[in-house]
Every structure is written in C-alpha cells, then in structure tokens.
Ligand binder design. Structure first.
Ligand code: SF4
Length: 410
C-alpha cells in the first residue's frame, strides 16, 4: 500500500485543506502515516504570511528530502503560489500546486502514482473542513481577499474574495455532524466577506448553518470589524448556536497607522463595535484581537497609542505579530522601518499586557454559569474544554464526558 504523510504550516484554513486532501487519499486506498514515519509520498501545505513562514516551508521540504531521498514531495499552499519557481528547484519536489489548483491536488497525484485518472473541474473555491479531532472542526466557507492591506501578501497568494454556496457549506456541516463532532469553527481568509461570488449574505449562511442538526456550537474564527454588522450581532444575541466569542483583527491602535496600512476603520469605530457587542451580548463576551507591532512608521509614541487603546478596549486575548517586510507590498517600501530588536521589545510588552488582560477577564467571569464542551483527550488524569466564551476549564478525566457539553459554574 502506498504510504503518504501530510504536513501543514500556517492557518486554520490550511489545516482544513490538508485534512480534506487526506480524506481524498485515504478513500483512494493510500495509507496515511505520521510524518515522522517513512512514506512514499509527502504533502507539505505551506504558508507565506511572513518571511519566516516562507523560510520554514523551504526548510521543511529540504528536511523531508534529506531524511527520505527516495520519496516524492508534493508542495501546496501560499508559498507554492508565491515562490513556485524557487520551490520547483528544490531536490525531491515532485509536484507543486498553487492556490487556484487545490481541486487538482488529489486526482493529479493519484494519476501520477498510477491510480485511475479522474478529471476535475477547477473549482472557484475548494471546499474543505478539518477532521480527526472529535470535538471541533474547522469549516472553510470563504477564500481569498480583495482588500490588499498595504502590509499583506495574502491576496497575492490566495486570489480574490470568493465563497462556496450556502447549500455546499450546509452539506459539509452535515458531514461533520455525522462524525459526532459538536462544534464548528467557520474559517476563511476574509470570512465576513462571504457572498462575493454567490450573492448570498454572511448572515443567511449563519442562519442556515444554525439549523444543522447535531452541531451544537459555532464560532467565527476571525472577522474584519467592518463586516461584523449589528444585524449579525443582534441575530446572534437572539438565542442561536453562535458563541459569545469574537476574534477581530485590529492590527494597530493608532489611526495614523490604520490609514497608512489601508485598513477600513478607525479606532473610534473599533471601540464602538466592541461596546455595542458588550451592550447586546453582555460583559462576558470573549474578544481576541490581532495586533501587529513594528509597522513602518510606528514611532515609540504611536506604539504607546496602541498600548493605551488596548487597555481601553480590554480584549481577553491579544494575538501579537511582529511586522514582516514582504516584497511586493506597498508597506515594504515605506519609510520608518522599525528594527528587529525593537519589534521584539514591543512584542514582549503586548504579550505581558495580554497575560494581564486575560487573567482579568477570567476573574471577571468567576461564579458565572457556562456550558463547556469537554475534549476527549486525557492528560495527567484530567480533561479540558472551552466554555462558550472561550475560557479553558479542566476537570478530573471522565470518559463519559468526552465530546459532551456540560453546564457548570466557573
Ligand atoms: S483583510 Fe486580511 S487577508 Fe485581506 S489584505 Fe487585509 S490583512 Fe490581508
């Protein structure tokens, strides 16, 4: 039996796509093995969001070839799209698939291995969801982005904003429910921009998914602030399966830099949005915020503006990224580039602040009644799970509770 090992770098979208390739190879009769084991074929789903991610992708390809010189290597993902020529030259690389060729990955590889060839039409959007985890699944509903923020390579890698029709998303959600999974995390590149290519709305998608039997909870993995409308928030507050947990990219708390980076909101709009959500869904809402430090032009004073703004809006979690200069983006040629040591210092400042804000949020929820979805894994005699508002809870391991939603007081 032909053995294949699959590896993923990068975002939840990549995980959902690799998982979908894996199901395709498995159903064709290949044996899927862990990547530490020797295999005939390795698929590496790459990331190109930062220079480091690109480097990691190339290093992984080289390492796989060094340890398995006979094996065929297939490379997919954003690095394969943006650095195709370089990647095709790396020893051991057999096939490279860009971001618009995802539907060809499995059939082309199978044909190359001598399996009966199957012709596929190049889908505008490759449908995908993650499987293998018994508790939650990442469901891809949208791909690409039309925003071209000045620091970002994603639109160049993944193409324009496009989405799967609602019926296709519902079909995949039903497949996930049939596997006994209770929670779905909606994922995409610019998820809230859903509907660009089908004329359907993001709210209609949420309403259709809310009716899928067997799925008890939904989360939205990330959504741009200007796409999280009060209509959507009011609907979520009307008693649905969508959890009080939002991950919203801010990037910077300085209006000067928001404008310079081509972001589509101001800090006043952003704080107003959070205040509205807290008014409608209560103070127990969990906000995760993406922040990028060291953007070109970020003086120490502008950085302090970001720190002050974060203290004001009190997110429960800050996902901090150091700005990575990406060739071909407008920001790469902007003046006022910040040196790497200073970026590291600013990352450390925000990570410290994140710890403080997170513990304040958890403390503020003490004594509240929540529902926790317990995961199946047992670790040192305990098991863990997340509440609706994304607070991690652990308890003594009880197999009867794995994959179950339990009401409890924090
Ligand atoms: S919205 Fe996000 S994915 Fe799109 S260009 Fe901006 S940062 Fe990149």
């Amino acid at each position: 039996m032909t053995k294949i090992a699959l590896m993923t770098l990068g975002c939840k979208l990549n995980y959902a796509e690799t998982s979908t390739y894996e199901r395709g190879f498995r159903s064709a009769g290949l044996e899927v093995v862990p990547y530490k084991q020797s295999a005939d074929l390795y698929l590496i789903n790459t990331c190109s969001v930062t220079a480091t991610a690109d480097q990691k992708s190339r290093n992984l390809i080289r390492r796989v070839h060094r340890t398995n010189p006979e094996a065929k290597i297939v490379v997919t993902g954003c690095s394969a799209e943006l650095r195709r020529a370089e990647i095709e030259k790396i020893e051991g690389v057999w096939k490279v698939f860009g971001c618009k060729e995802k539907a060809q990955v499995v059939p082309d590889c199978l044909a190359g291995l001598g399996f009966p060839a199957e012709t596929v039409t190049a889908d505008a959007v490759f449908g995908a969801y993650s499987s293998g985890e018994r508790t939650r699944s990442f469901l891809k509903v949208q791909d690409g982005c039309d925003n071209y923020c000045n620091y970002c390579t994603v639109p160049y890698a993944r193409g324009g904003s496009r989405n799967l029709p609602i019926c296709e998303c519902v079909r995949m959600a039903r497949e996930i429910a049939a596997q006994g999974v209770k929670e779905i995390v909606l994922t995409g590149v610019n998820t809230g921009d859903y509907g660009k290519t089908t004329g359907e709305s993001f709210l209609s998608l949420l309403q259709a998914l809310n009716e899928v039997e067997g799925i008890e909870r939904y989360r939205i993995s990330s959504i741009e602030p200007n796409l999280l409308s009060s209509e959507i928030i009011d609907w979520i507050a009307s008693g649905t399966k969508f959890q009080p947990h939002f991950h919203i990219p801010l990037q910077t708390g300085s209006d000067t830099l928001l404008a310079a980076m081509g972001r589509r909101y101001t800090t006043a709009f952003f704080s107003g949005k959070l205040a509205y959500i807290r008014r409608v869904l209560g103070e127990g809402v969990f906000f995760g915020i993406d922040v990028m430090v060291g953007l070109p032009g970020e003086t120490p004073e502008l950085f302090e503006e970001t720190v002050a703004f974060l203290r004001q809006i009190r997110p429960a979690f800050i996902h901090v990224f150091p700005y990575s200069r990406r060739p071909g983006t407008p920001a790469a040629d902007m003046p006022g580039q910040v040196d790497e040591e200073e970026k590291k210092r600013r990352v450390a400042v925000l990570e410290e602040l994140c710890l403080q804000l997170h513990s304040e949020f958890v403390a503020s929820q003490k004594g509240t009644r929540v529902s926790v979805l317990f995961e199946s894994k047992e670790k040192d005699g305990t098991m863990g799970g997340y509440s609706g508002n994304y607070i991690r809870v652990t308890r003594p391991y009880d197999p009867a509770l794995s994959g179950k939603i339990v009401e409890l007081t924090l």
